[in-house]
Design a protein around this ligand. Sequence first.
Ligand SMILES: CC(C)(COP(=O)(O)OP(=O)(O)OC[C@H]1O[C@@H](n2cnc3c(N)ncnc32)[C@H](O)[C@@H]1OP(=O)(O)O)[C@@H](O)C(=O)NCCC(=O)NCCS
Length: 149
Amino acid sequence: MQAMQVKRVSTRDTYQIRSKVLRPGRPIETCHFEGDAEDQTFHLGAFVENRLVSIASFYFRKNPAFESENQFQLRGMATLKEYRGKGLSRELLNVAFPMIKQNFCNLVWCNARTESKGFYETVGFESEGQVFNIEDVGEHILMYKNIES
Ligand SMILES: CC(C)(COP(=O)(O)OP(=O)(O)OC[C@H]1O[C@@H](n2cnc3c(N)ncnc32)[C@H](O)[C@@H]1OP(=O)(O)O)[C@@H](O)C(=O)NCCC(=O)NCCS
């Protein structure tokens, strides 16, 4: 694969991949997530040959399931089909974790789609609690990773 670059991107930049991968056939408004424009939110994109092909978004948000006061939520993780399995999402997380630590946060959590649970396990996340349904999106499970060390 051609050299890959990770950069910060705007909320708007994420819409095309969110729409295609995460909200196919749904109105573009569904590609805007609560908190997208908050100050501490950041979005990362992986570019291959200057094309944005993989995205992830990070929100300063506490989940009451975890004790830690300072947590980030991971959302909107998606890679275009033809670029999957090449380590792009893993690289986005490798860039994000130190940025999150700089904000004095030591825990990252996400509501993972059950079909993507294997990916999150590969990158060191663990599950918490039972599978639950998010309307129009499907079955999810809460997952988390401590990034202290
Ligand atoms: C889940 C997703 C974001 C992973 O993106 P990706 O760029 O292909 O991931 P990577 O290539 O960085 O994968 C890292 C590792 O996880 C593994 N992996 C990827 N998807 C996996 C899956 N569904 N189950 C098990 N392992 C998986 C890869 O093989 C790789 O392992 P390796 O480093 O040992 O080779 C991508 O498959 C996707 O966009 N899926 C559809 C949208 C989605 O479900 N998003 C998550 C919403 S919660």
